[in-house]
Write a new protein. Structure first.
Length: 248
């Protein structure tokens, strides 16, 4: 399975008991602030903000924190001015990596990312070196049992989803960028429980990674995601499920 789908699914379950919840909250709040600054405080006309707010609520971020983040984004409260940067590089075995950064200090961010990559047998790449290997897509995890699977399949298909797959503990929907909001709204109206819903970068193909190389790759992912300036990490590794689950 691709570096995004399985790893992200496992992280969803892990997050419920993650000791780094405070760091997760900080990243979710940062995304809300930037989304509100980019296109305003109305979630009905700002899909990025709507996604950010839903993601924060799914992780139990207090409503007061969410409201303050929006106000900081719109300038009604003082806040930090974050810069959005996309870094590209390689992990062990030539795995392609894309790193979304939101930072108030570009020099600190790039130094930190480069250091993490080097320490974990990776390397920083030039702009455009791997981005062509990924496609921007909508991605959702639906709680298994919250809706009949056949019913969800029809709802997803009718609203424009590209794919729906059944996993061990959840259902996964992939959409085009253009149809993401329509599919999510249709799923919400159906009463199904959406555990995750976001715009992501899915790899067009994967690089097989096993044994010690796979373990190094996952340590690199953990280290990047643990960086305060890093919001999201995408990779095109294909790692056996038992290694992924052991890492989580």
């Amino acid at each position: 399975m691709s570096g995004h789908s399985k790893w992200s699914s496992i992280k969803h379950h892990k997050a419920a008991v993650d000791a780094k919840r405070g760091k997760l909250f900080s990243k979710l709040i940062k995304e809300i602030t930037v989304a509100a600054r980019a296109a305003g405080a109305d979630t009905q006309v700002n899909p990025r903000l709507r996604s950010a707010v839903l993601a924060a609520k799914s992780k139990n971020v207090p409503n007061d924190n969410i409201e303050k983040a929006i106000l900081r984004g719109t300038g009604e409260l003082d806040g930090v001015d974050y810069e959005e940067i996309l870094y590209e590089g390689y992990g062990p075995g030539g795995v392609a990596i894309m790193i979304d950064v939101l930072t108030d200090n570009r020099n600190r961010a790039i130094a930190d990312v480069r250091h993490i990559l080097t320490r974990h047998s990776g390397s920083m790449g030039e702009r455009g070196c791997v981005s062509w290997l990924f496609d921007k897509r909508g991605w959702m995890i639906i709680e298994k049992g919250s809706i009949d699977e056949d019913e969800l399949f029809m709802i997803a298909l009718d609203s424009g989803a590209e794919d729906l797959t059944v996993q061990d503990e959840h259902l996964e929907i992939i959409t085009s960028l253009e149809n993401f909001e329509a599919v999510r709204e249709a799923v919400e109206v159906s009463g199904a429980t959406i555990l995750e819903a976001e715009l992501t970068m899915l790899p067009q193909n994967t690089v097989k990674s096993e044994g010690k190389e796979a373990e190094r790759m996952l340590r690199l992912m953990e280290a990047l995601e643990d960086s305060d300036d890093v919001q999201k990490v995408y990779a095109n590794f294909d790692i056996p499920d038992d290694i992924l689950e052991a890492a989580a």
